[in-house]
Design a protein around this ligand. Structure first.
Ligand code: PHE
Ligand code: ZN
Length: 903
């Protein structure tokens, strides 16, 4: 009988979606008062509470969440008078405060004390570079004060902040500033009021000495919105890009989704210590400085691009997340999947649609598919969790966005827009579920709504319920007598933890047929009125196997399947190299043309890996070299797309092609991939050099698609040339490093120099450090470059860098740059057969778990694919996982990932 109790003490609880119940009490208004002091901040909270008439709870207990709080006092104010509670009036433990037998309506005043300076987990209220800031999603508000910390409790917030005037002249919270004043001790105060009810995870507070970049935006209906970007004074020259992007995002959401901004001001604050990218707090977004600050000298094209996407993402949450929020955290993808879809569409409209789609698919293939195939596989809407922070995943975000994209594909642009309008109108001010979203989308295609079709998304819901990446196989049959072409499609999905049997998915598959000249054939799909006289149509695969027959096909066509990657699936049927080369040269769908090139490269690499393991001498296929050359020398191809087409599949994507029992040999993959790059460089040296030189830009750095394309093709050529191990190219690279006026070209050169033994490397690294030692974001790049190096001895270098004066384990960006890049990005070194990489990761995780569990839990994902490696490595990884799990007092975050990874 003791085993039961001891188990419940050591093992954290699992929370289940099926146990959801409505809150027993609602909080109408929250009045907060912060007396900010570095180690001793006093938080006074006054809550107006009423019993929820929808609750069926039999008890009358008020349950509030609270963590790491010092409770100073509780006062209840009832109709009959007020009452200070004593310890006998409530029950308190590590996570909750329960007051029994409260009335149906009352006010409660709670005073707590917290220590922002010691808060290294960066949840709740903390200090970051002399500024106070908060992070409350998902469950950080409970580290500020006792409160029903759940998204379906929405309240009106009024917040007063007191702080020292000199150190913290700027005091910010959500909504509008309604009052301010000065008080004794050189302190001042400001009161903010947010007119929109919100869940506490969207609360924010900032206090600091900050530079403010101001601008204005006029909404479609003629309201002027004041825009404010707050940064540390030293970053005042890095604000322009974010402001441009914000205005683009505001305009785009009006044009594309009909969504206007709803407050008089919109504020963004950049902070240096942040666990994630950014946070959509109502009217007061807080950003990791790496996701908002930019200047040509310090930021790469990739940084500029990412910043644009994230500024859009957080802004778009104002509707998809804030005005309409989540009922509970299982619904996280309701806001995140939809908002990622929105930011992807935004980036696609602002830049190149094809390049955006390729980038998005690369994230899925390189990270999401392996999550779906591993021990942490979970549905887009998970059914259980131990620590919700562990579910801010590529599945919830990126696969969630693909699910919304499929609805968009099935419904079509205009019905999708009708559906989203219905969603925002129907649920404004509510906390809702994925079902509510999908029902609104169905209403958008409802024939009573003027639509031709009545869409039924019942089976489609399996995308939300089931984990795992569906596999598609296809068979073709051309009947020359009947002039008909039939395509048989089959779907299947492997078991995932907790889900043995999978039901069929509803999968939209965009197809076109190409003739021998590579032109699309006008389609006539048997039995489908929607698919006649069109170049392309959407096949809806709903059964395990379905046959689609096209009539009037004059000769055997080449099928272009899953255009634009219309569903997050794997196509298992392999095609001949001849077919792939044909599609690589001819497919009119940009994505599929690129994809055919990747499939071709993958096929070649996989067979070379086989030969290499058999000890054979390697030789690269001449046809592939010719196809590569044709792409490289094609002057009509968009440069950014060309650079994508000339990039080989990543090592991790190659490794993922091996199924259990046929372990990926990471050394062989690494070796072969470099071999292929060297061969291409050797055969095409003069072409690569010519394209490199022709792509040189003169003049100031500009962030636009044309210039980005030129820089990416130029650096792509340089990277191939460096494979030749020729001092002329090392020199060329060092010259680029010294002479470029922008970080894109400087970084590209320095990264390459760090991957090869050469005479310039040490000097360039040193110069770079000295030039940028006072710019934290650039120094992150300096650490990351060294952690990513292919050269032998990289782990020792990383260990040495841990002791570098610029390294600090307290800053998440720095940890990600050095430890994260090595363990998650440097596959070949991390998986060194001697186990040194594994030992290193486990040591760092144990150290970090005491400081910042969220960051520790992210890093352990380096072990998540352990079963895909050879026995020796499996054993070594398992030992380190066991070493972690045997430690007492692990955080829930790390416990959950390690225990599920081992299960
Ligand atoms: N909600 C944030 C976003 O995706 C992410 C986030 C989650 C930030 C948790 C901080 C903490 O926009
Ligand atoms: Zn988000």
């Amino acid at each position: 009988m003791d085993s039961l109790t001891s188990e419940s003490i050591s093992e954290p609880n699992t929370i289940f979606l099926k146990n959801y119940t409505v809150p027993a009490y609602r909080v109408d208004t929250v009045i907060l008062d912060f007396d900010l002091r570095e180690t001793k901040t006093i938080v006074r909270s006054e809550l107006k509470i009423h019993r929820n008439p929808e609750s069926h709870a039999s008890h009358h207990n008020l349950e509030l969440n609270g963590q790491n709080l010092i409770l100073l006092s509780i006062e209840l104010i009832l109709a009959t008078g007020s009452q200070w509670l004593t310890e006998n009036d409530y029950v308190i433990d590590d996570e909750t405060l329960t007051i029994a037998n409260v009335p149906n309506e009352f006010v409660i005043k709670i005073t707590t004390e917290i220590n922002p300076k010691e808060n290294l987990a960066l949840e709740g209220l903390y200090l970051s570079s002399n500024m106070f800031c908060t992070q409350c999603e998902a469950q950080g508000f409970r580290r500020i004060t006792y409160f029903p910390d759940r998204p379906d409790v929405m309240s009106l917030f009024t917040v007063t902040i007191h702080a020292n005037q000199d150190q913290f002249p700027i005091l910010l919270s959500n909504g509008n500033k309604i009052d301010s004043g000065v008080e004794s001790d050189n302190r001042h105060w400001v009161t903010w009021q947010d007119p929109f009810p919100k869940p506490c995870y969207l609360f924010a507070l900032v206090a600091g000495d900050l530079y403010c970049k101001q601008d204005k935006f006029m909404t479609a209906s003629g309201q002027t919105v004041d825009l404010y970007l707050y940064v540390e004074h030293e970053n005042n020259h890095k604000c322009d890009h974010a402001i441009v992007c914000l205005k683009q995002a505001m305009k785009w959401d009006e044009d594309t989704f009909g969504r206007e901004y709803d407050l008089d001001n919109f504020m963004i604050v950049a902070v240096n210590d942040f666990n994630m990218g950014a946070m959509e707090n109502k009217g007061l977004n807080i950003f990791n400085s790496s996701c908002v600050l930019a200047s040509p000298e310090t930021s790469t094209d990739a940084d500029y691009y990412r910043i644009q996407g994230i500024i859009g993402h957080e802004y778009f949450h104002n509707w998809s997340g804030n005005r309409v929020t989540c009922r509970d955290w299982f619904q996280l993808s309701l806001k995140e999947g939809f908002t990622v879809f929105r930011d992807q569409q935004f980036s696609s409209d602002m830049n190149s649609a094809a390049v955006q789609r390729i980038d998005d698919v690369n994230i899925l293939r390189n990270a999401q598919f392996s999550q779906d195939a591993g021990p942490m596989a979970h549905p887009v809407r998970p059914q259980e969790y131990i620590e919700i922070s562990n579910f801010y995943t590529v599945t919830v975000y990126n696969k969630g966005a693909e699910v919304v994209r499929m609805i968009h594909t099935l419904l079509g642009e205009s019905n999708f827009r009708k559906g989203s309008d219905i969603y925002f109108e129907r649920h404004d001010g509510q906390a809702v579920t994925v079902e509510d979203f999908v029902a609104a989308m169905e209403s958008g295609s409802d024939s009573t709504n003027g639509s031709k079709i009545n869409f039924d998304l019942k089976q489609f819901m399996n995308w939300y319920h089931q984990a795992g990446t569906p596999n598609i196989e296809f068979k073709e049959h051309y009947d020359a007598k009947k002039n008909s072409y039939s395509l048989t499609l089959q779907q299947s999905c492997a078991a995932t933890p907790g889900q043995k049997i999978k039901n069929e998915f509803h999968i939209p598959i965009r197809v076109a047929l190409l003739n021998l000249q590579g032109k699309t054939i006008s389609l006539d799909l048997d039995g489908e009125d929607n698919c006649t006289n069109v170049d392309e149509c959407i096949l809806e695969l709903k059964a395990k196997e379905q046959v689609f027959t096209f009539n009037n096909v004059q000769s055997k066509p080449m099928v272009s399947l899953l255009r634009g990657f219309s569903a997050p699936v794997k196509i298992l049927t392999s095609r001949s190299r001849l077919e792939l080369a044909f599609l690589f040269a001819n497919d009119s769908d940009d994505f599929n043309r690129w994809n055919a090139g990747q499939e071709l490269a993958l096929d070649i690499i996989l067979s070379l890996v086989k030969q290499h393991k058999a000890g054979a001498k390697l030789q690269l296929d001449d046809d592939y070299i010719a196809a590569f050359k044709k792409t490289l020398c094609n002057d009509y191809l968009d440069n950014a797309l060309k650079a994508q087409a000339l990039s080989l599949p990543s090592e991790s994507y190659i490794a993922d092609q091996y199924q259990a029992g046929d372990y990926a040999d990471t050394d062989a993959i690494h070796h072969v991939r470099i071999f292929v790059r060297q061969q291409l460089a050797k055969h095409l040296e003069s072409d690569l050099l010519r394209v490199y030189q022709l792509s040189t830009l003169i003049g100031d750095y500009q962030f636009n698609a044309k210039d980005m394309g030129l820089r990416s093709i130029r650096n792509c050529c340089l990277a191939y040339l460096m494979e030749l191990n020729n001092n002329n190219y090392y020199q060329l690279c060092a010259d680029q490093f010294k002479q470029s006026n922008n970080m894109t070209d400087v970084m590209a050169a320095l990264e390459l120099l760090t991957n090869y033994e050469n005479a310039y490397q040490a000097d360039c690294l040193q110069t770079f450090y000295e030039q940028w030692q006072n710019d934290a974001l650039v120094i992150d790049k300096w650490f990351a470059i060294q952690a990513m190096s292919r050269l032998p001895g990289t782990l020792d270098k990383v260990k040495t860098l841990l002791n570098h004066p610029a390294f600090t384990i307290k800053n998440p960006n720095r940890v990600r740059a050095l430890i994260g890049r090595f363990c998650l990005g440097n596959i070949a070194h991390f998986h060194n057969e001697d186990g040194s990489g594994y030992q290193f990761l486990a040591d760092q995780v144990l150290l970090l778990d005491k400081l910042n569990p969220q960051i520790a839990a992210r890093l352990i994902q380096g072990f998540s694919q352990w079963r895909n490696y050879n026995e020796n490595r499996q054993e070594l990884m398992k030992n380190n996982l066991n070493r972690i799990i045997s430690v007492d007092n692990l955080s829930k975050d790390v416990f959950e990932i390690v225990s599920k990874t081992l299960a």
